[in-house]
Structures are given as C-alpha cells and as structure tokens.
Design a protein around this ligand. Structure first.
Ligand code: NAG
Ligand code: NAG
Length: 236
C-alpha cells in the first residue's frame, strides 16, 4: 500500500514537473487566420471559443431559399454546424421521380414529409430478415406530417409517385453526413470483381452497358408516372 502510494506520488511529481521543463514547442507559429473558419472552429479548445469565431447572429441562420446549391446544410457550407453533430436538408422530390439508391456512411437520417406523398424503401444491415428468412426490406408510405428513419449505413430510396412535387425536411446525426451511391460506386470496381460479385451473370460489354446506363441525376424519372401525369420525360 505504502509502495503504491509512493509510486503514485512520484508519478504526480513527474507530471507536475515535466510541463515546465519539457513543454513541446510548436515547430512553426501560425496565425489562426491562415486557417479556414471551419479549421479554426474544429481546433477551438471549447464551445465558448467557437461562439467567439461566429460573432454575427446571422452566422446561426442558413437560408435554403437563397441557396443555389444542393439543398443541404452541413458544416461544409454552414460553419455554425462544426462540432454540433447534426445537419439538415429541406427540399422537394419532383413529380414522378425517385431518388437514387444511396446510404449515409456517418449519419442516421430522419426524413419527414411536409406535403405530397413518398414511397420509401429501406434495406437495413445484413442479417435483418423477414418472416421468410430473406433480407428484410422496410417499405413505407409517407404523407404530410409523417417521418421515417434511415439508420446510418442503411440503403434507401424514395419515390414520389404523384403528379405534384413532394416537400420534405431531413435531419442527419453528423455535421458532415455524406452520401454513398450504391449503383455507381459498385460499378466503379474492375470488371472481374463485378462479374464475380454478380455470380458471373453479367460480363464484358454488359458491365460497361450497365455502367453507362446508371443515372447521374439525383432524381430518376419514373416513366409509368410520367405517362399517368401526362408529363414529358426531360432529357438530362
Ligand atoms: C457580420 O455580418 C456583416 C453583414 O452581413 C458582415 O459585413 C461582417 O463581415 C460580418 N462579420 C463577421 C466578423 O463575420
Ligand atoms: C433568403 O434568401 C432569399 C433568396 O436570396 C431572399 O429573397 C430572402 O429574403 C432570404 N430570407 C431572409 C429572411 O433573409
């Protein structure tokens, strides 16, 4: 007991002495202004310092109406989110369209509808099975005032089957949630890997054909719906 407390007091003494004699010196001194605002926010010692780096009350507002870009507010375009662990989107899924199959590698998503109708499909992690022992697919229909959840990493897609746009808001549990595109990224692998992955059911030119056919636009048009609504297919 004595021995341990003696060791402890030696350790404490060393810990107290070391900083004074051997404090590491920065190699180069850098003015904080050399760094981007986001970098400064990430390096801030405390949340109090982060508030000091955002002196304007308007720093705490993101205006989706004025935003020309993808309607996503993350720490990448809204510094007030650095360190907060959340991000947000407000947008519409156009009439007769489907969002491409995707997942968010770092965030769970809460997806809520404010107008219109959305058919949502979600594939949870492997091992989540339905009553027949097959991979479970969670299919829900959302109307105004309804929310669904896509746990981080789950594949999901949404279809707007109606002739009017569907308006939604989505919250994410990461300030930089990011998107992975299932089809496009899978088909970026070498042909032989793809051929083996799909049990040699697709090979050679067919792989290239599939690669070329994967839609690049976020909203894929749904042909049957376009016909129902008397809309022309837009050329993209
Ligand atoms: C605060 O906002 C005003 C008006 O938008 C802008 O001119 C000013 O540069 C901002 N100040 C800082 C420190 O960001
Ligand atoms: C938001 O942005 C839009 C478009 O730039 C602008 O018309 C509107 O006044 C902004 N809203 C506020 C409250 O500043």
């Amino acid at each position: 007991m004595h021995f341990i407390s003696a060791l402890y007091s030696v350790a404490v003494t060393i810990a107290l002495v070391l900083p004074a004699t051997a404090a590491p010196q920065p190699i180069t001194k850098r003015a904080p202004s050399d760094l981007s605002l986001n970098a400064q926010l990430r390096l801030a010692d405390t949340a109090i310092e982060r508030y000091q780096l955002l002196p304007n009350d308007s720093d705490f507002v993101f205006n989706f109406t004025g935003s020309e870009e993808v309607p996503i507010a993350s720490s990448q375009n809204w510094p007030a989110l650095v360190g907060v662990g959340a991000s947000f989107s407000i947008s519409q899924l156009p009439a007769c369209s489907m969002s491409f199959l995707h997942l968010h590698p770092r965030a769970t998503e809460l997806f809520g509808l404010t107008s219109g109708r959305i058919l949502s499909e979600m594939v949870p992690q492997a091992g989540v099975l339905n009553a027949d022992g097959k991979q479970r697919v969670i299919s829900v229909e959302l109307g105004p005032g309804m929310v669904t959840v896509y746990p981080a990493g789950s594949f999901h897609t949404q279809v707007n089957p109606d002739c009017e746009p569907a308006s939604f808001a989505a919250a994410f549990t990461s300030d930089e949630f990011a998107v992975s595109l299932i089809a496009e990224q899978t088909f970026s692998l070498p042909d032989d890997v793809i051929a083996r992955t799909f049990g040699q059911s697709i090979a050679g030119e067919d792989i290239e054909k599939v690669r070329g056919a994967i839609p690049a636009s976020m909203a894929i048009q749904v042909e049957e719906c376009l016909a129902k609504c008397g809309k022309e297919k837009r050329r993209v």
